[in-house]
Structure formats: C-alpha cells, structure tokens
Ligand binder design. Structure first.
Ligand SMILES: Cc1cc2nc3c(=O)[nH]c(=O)nc-3n(C[C@H](O)[C@H](O)[C@H](O)COP(=O)(O)OP(=O)(O)OC[C@H]3O[C@@H](n4cnc5c(N)ncnc54)[C@H](O)[C@@H]3O)c2cc1C
Length: 400
C-alpha cells in the first residue's frame, strides 16, 4: 500500500467522524498510527446517520449471516471503549425480534442464530404477553426471539468516547472542516479542505450520506428517515426499558415497527417505522429540508393504537436522519480497486451502528495492510463495478 515517498501531514486521514469514522480513528490511534480525523460538522452532530440518542444492538444479523462475527467483535470492542472512556455506552438488556415465525425478521434472526450458535430464547405469543406486555395484538402464530447479548447503544456518547480515546492516543481532530476532495497522487493522497491541502499516505472515507460526493461511482442513494418519540399518557411499568427492550416487530400486514421503552430518567418511548418505501424519500443531503411534518409519522400513528396502545397519537418529538443505501443492502467497506490507499466505509443501509466498533477495527487493519479476521467480501466496495448493478432492495429490506 505504499507508493508514497513523502509523507507530510500524517500517515492516515479519516474523513467523517460519525460512528464509523470515529471508531476507525480510535483504532488507528490505539495502534500507534499517526492519524488525523476531519468532520465538516461537530463531534456527535445531528446531520448524518448517527444521532437520536439510541440504537439497537444485536448479533442476530438478519441482513447477512456474515455480519454476525462483526457484531460479536463489536460487542467486545464496545466493552473496551467503555473501559477506556469510563462511560456507559451500551445497555446490555437484551434485544427482541418479533413477528411471524417464518417471517423476514424472526426467520432471519433464527437463521443467523442457528448458523452461528447464538444464544436466543424463543417466546411464544403467551410468553411474549407476559414478558413484554406493551406489545398488544400479538396473534398466536407470532413469536419473539429474545437475544440476551443484545441491547441498546448510545450513539452520540459512543462517538464522543471514540474520538476522546483517539485524541488521548495521539490523533489530531479537526471539526467544522469540510473535505472538498480526496485526490490520489504519486507522493500520497491529497485531502483538500477550504483552508489547506493535507498530504497523507492513505485515507479512510467514512462520510456516511455524503460518501458519493468524495468517492463518485458508488451506487448510493441517500434516504431521509424520521425518528419519533412518544410520551405515554401514564408512566406504566410496561413502558420501561426492562419490560420493553429494544425491538423490531413485523406486523401481520408486513409493516415493521421498531423502538424501545423509556431510558433511565426519561419519559418518552422511541418508536419508528422501518423504511416502507412509500414513507421515506431519497434526498440530496446538501441543503436538505430538515423540518418534520405529519407525513413523517402519519402511518406510524395509525399503527400504534393497536400495536403499542397508550402512547398517545402524536409524537412528542421528531427528527430527520439520513442514511446511505446500496442496491443490495450491504455495506461498502474496503480499499478501492482503483487506488487501494483509499479505504471506504459507508453504505450503512440503516443497520450499521451495531458494527461501528468492529468496522473501526477492520478499517484500521486494512489501512495497515491486514485483512479482516472474518470474510467480508460481500461488503467489497468494488463489487458493483465487477458485475451489473442488480435491482434496488425491496423497500422492506432496510433494518436496524
Ligand atoms: C433513524 C435511524 C435509525 C437507525 N437505527 C439503527 C439501529 O437501531 N441499529 C443499528 O445498528 N443501526 C441503526 N441505524 C444505522 C446507523 O445509525 C448507521 O449505520 C451509523 O450511524 C452510520 O454512521 P456513519 O459514520 O457511517 O455515518 P454518519 O454518522 O452520517 O457520519 C458521517 C460523518 O461524515 C461527515 N462528513 C460528511 N461529508 C464530509 C466531508 N466532505 N468532510 C468532512 N466530513 C464529512 C459528517 O459530518 C458525519 O459526521 C439507524 C440509522 C438511522 C438513520
């Protein structure tokens, strides 16, 4: 990976310090690599994919069985980041996947569990009603898969912890600095910013929804996804995080809702709708209208009175998030064939937070010339140029 003779500003630049870039910077710095991290906004900003206070963590990865080892490794690394930062970054309270036994959500989780020997508990509808009584309207054919190793992660806190640990290990961080171009040259990679050009040996581009701006040619759509919180009429025990752990639930009509009970010291439930295609639209992340409107929750508000009754008809809070979608629903992760000094980490398809710490380690390894400890060929960013781009994912294939 070294065509360079003159390394000027650092060995590696990480462009984008959302969840993936922050963890990559942490891993590079803790391995003694001289690294610079750059973000166009602040640390833990609200502009991309990584804001909104909570994310589901699970190792039962229905999106691809090959993601299970990555999630397992991520869980270990989360504990290391917690030890390094002294912060609680994950609530290890279990995660639930609910729906018809042969459906996409439960079926996918059970396949991943079987293939990788994951510890999961299958709860029939009666057991679900006792364990998680906030879930109403469960018919007898519907089951819950409880994964005790799952839980809830705190995105903004995780990013701040990773950047903090990277800084303590020697990384330099520039915020409010937009990278305008990444340009390969004979003496290194030039990372252009409005103030100056940085010359580095290699670069990690982890720009989330903006990745295509810096690495054109990747088939990425940017999807606008609302996040909504609801305040129950009364603070009942069934709405606490312990009784309503983080979940995805496939309803009888195929619609998928997700969310979790109240966080410690809070009164709101987070509840959302999976990308139903008809609700979420693709956008240009530049200058996008971030205001929310009833369009963002009208479908959900019709579903909740039957599925999670008692939470109120209107959200108490709403935000707009973005994520990058690939045609096959898998990440783009690895060196570019055109220039392997450029490693991309993006295309999260709205299920990538749980892998952030593991992806940071994978990316840092690739930059150091070390292949991942497990096969990740399905995420090769060059796969689209080798074969014709396949069909767009079905709207229901996005997950959390
Ligand atoms: C509503 C929602 C819910 C989700 N729920 C879950 C869940 O429950 N579980 C799960 O595992 N995943 C979930 N995901 C997915 C997960 O949040 C993302 O996969 C993850 O946060 C991706 O982070 P990222 O670092 O790739 O992108 P981002 O967080 O968007 O980071 C990209 C960063 O790059 C910076 N940047 C962009 N362009 C430039 C530039 N030119 N110069 C400098 N900096 C730049 C941006 O400012 C930003 O900080 C969800 C996603 C959404 C949107």
């Amino acid at each position: 990976m070294s065509r360079t003779s003159a390394v000027k500003d650092a060995e590696v630049a990480v462009v984008g310090l959302g969840a993936w870039g922050a963890c990559a910077l942490w891993q590079l710095a803790r391995h003694g690599i001289d690294a610079i991290g750059i973000d166009r906004y602040g640390i833990g900003n609200v502009h991309g994919s990584s804001h909104g206070e909570s994310r589901m963590f699970r190792t039962a990865c229905l999106e691809h069985p090959g993601l299970v080892p990555l999630a397992r490794r991520s869980r270990e690394l989360w504990a290391e980041l917690e030890a390094e930062s002294g912060e609680v970054l994950m609530e290890r309270i279990g995660a639930m996947l609910i729906g018809p036994r042969e459906g996409r959500i439960v079926g996918g989780a059970l396949t991943a569990a079987r293939q990788h020997g994951l510890d999961v508990e299958l709860l029939d509808a009666a057991a679900m009603r006792r364990r998680a009584p906030a879930h109403a309207g469960l018919t007898d054919g519907q089951v819950g898969v409880l994964e005790p190793a799952g839980g809830l992660t705190y995105p903004e806190r995780t990013i701040a912890a990773a950047v903090g640990a990277a800084r303590r290990a020697g990384a330099r961080v520039f915020t409010d600095t937009r990278v305008t171009a990444v340009e390969p040259g004979d003496d290194g990679i030039s990372v252009h910013t409005p103030l100056r050009r940085l010359l580095v040996r290699s670069v990690v581009v982890a720009a989330g929804p903006w990745l295509s701006q810096l690495v054109p040619g990747l088939p990425l759509d940017v999807v606008r996804m609302p996040t909504t919180w609801f305040t129950p009429a009364a603070a009942e025990p069934r709405f606490t995080l312990e009784r309503l752990p983080v979940f995805m639930r496939e309803l009888a009509d195929g619609e998928v809702i997700w969310g979790h009970g109240t966080l410690p010291g809070r009164s709101e439930l987070k509840l959302g709708l999976e990308d139903g295609g008809r609700n979420f639209r693709t956008v240009d992340p530049e200058g996008m209208d971030r205001s929310v409107s009833p369009d963002d929750w009208s479908v959900l508000a019709r579903i909740l009175p039957d599925a999670v009754p008692g939470v109120g008809a209107l959200p108490s809070r709403a935000t707009a998030n973005l994520y990058a979608r690939t045609p096959d629903g898998q990440f783009v992760l690895g060196p570019l064939a055109a220039d392997p000094r450029i490693v991309v980490a993006g295309g999260c398809n709205s299920h990538g937070f749980k892998h952030a710490t593991g992806i940071g380690e994978v990316v840092a390894g690739l930059v150091r010339g070390r292949p991942p400890a497990f096969p990740l060929g399905f995420a090769d960013p060059n796969r689209f140029s080798r074969s014709p781009v396949g069909p767009r994912p079905t709207p229901s294939s996005a997950a959390l």
